[in-house]
Design a protein around this ligand. Structure first.
Ligand code: AMP
Length: 194
């Protein structure tokens, strides 16, 4: 299996790029945000719980998210690999992912990090909110809170993955196709490394 994490702040372009990467490299796209939004619209217990956090831009508790990922990995053990999008977002989640990977004798090949300046993130999220109607993109306060939460809880993962030699920054500014090209070059480099 070939597994990668697509990392970056809210609005960095993870979702858009992950869909394209999943298709090109035949990986299963696991987006915790997409999974939670589906549960919320289905009105499930998980959805009701998640919405208490997503509405304000806070994180859903680690144990809930790790269970979601665990069950997805168990149900899809036949795939060629996973591209994780929006997960892990805390050190506890990254440690849980490492444990799950070890259990199945798998590894994360790389953490590809889309780098975008904060003001550009805010602009992109506001534009996305106008077209998608995503509740958490419609309020500037929620957008700012999500970026604060990212800085506080997710940024420490940069050092975590640096220490594992897996952190790979990618310029997230430019046209979608251009950024996709940069990500593909990094992935092809990984695939061609024995
Ligand atoms: P996203 O679509 O990745 O921006 O996620 C939307 C929202 O879902 C986030 O603002 C969080 O409230 C929640 N969420 C998604 N992934 C995670 C995660 N790995 N840990 C905690 N909360 C998450």
């Amino acid at each position: 299996m070939f597994n990668i994490v697509l990392f970056g702040a809210p609005g960095a372009g993870k979702g858009t790029q992950a869909v394209m990467i999943a298709e090109k490299f035949e990986l299963m796209h696991l987006s915790t945000g997409d999974i939670l939004r589906k549960e919320i619209s289905a009105g499930s217990e998980l959805g009701k719980l998640a919405q208490q956090y997503t509405d304000s831009g806070e994180f859903v508790p680690d144990d809930v998210i790790v269970d979601v990922i665990r069950s997805q990995m168990e149900q899809n053990s036949h795939v060629k690999g996973f591209i994780f999008d929006g997960f892990p977002r805390t050190i506890a989640q990254a440690e849980a992912l490492d444990k799950m990977m070890n259990k199945y004798r798998l590894t994360i090949s790389s953490v590809l990090a889309l780098e975008v300046a904060t003001e550009e993130l805010v602009k992109r999220l506001q534009i996305r909110g106008e077209s998608s109607g995503r509740a958490d993109d419609l309020s500037i306060d929620v957008i700012r809170n999500r970026i604060d939460v990212y800085n506080q809880k997710t940024k420490p993962l940069i050092d975590y993955y640096h220490a594992q030699n897996k952190y790979c920054p990618v310029d997230g500014i430019g046209e979608i196709a251009e950024i996709f090209g940069r990500l593909c070059s990094s992935i092809e480099g990984l695939l061609n490394t024995p």
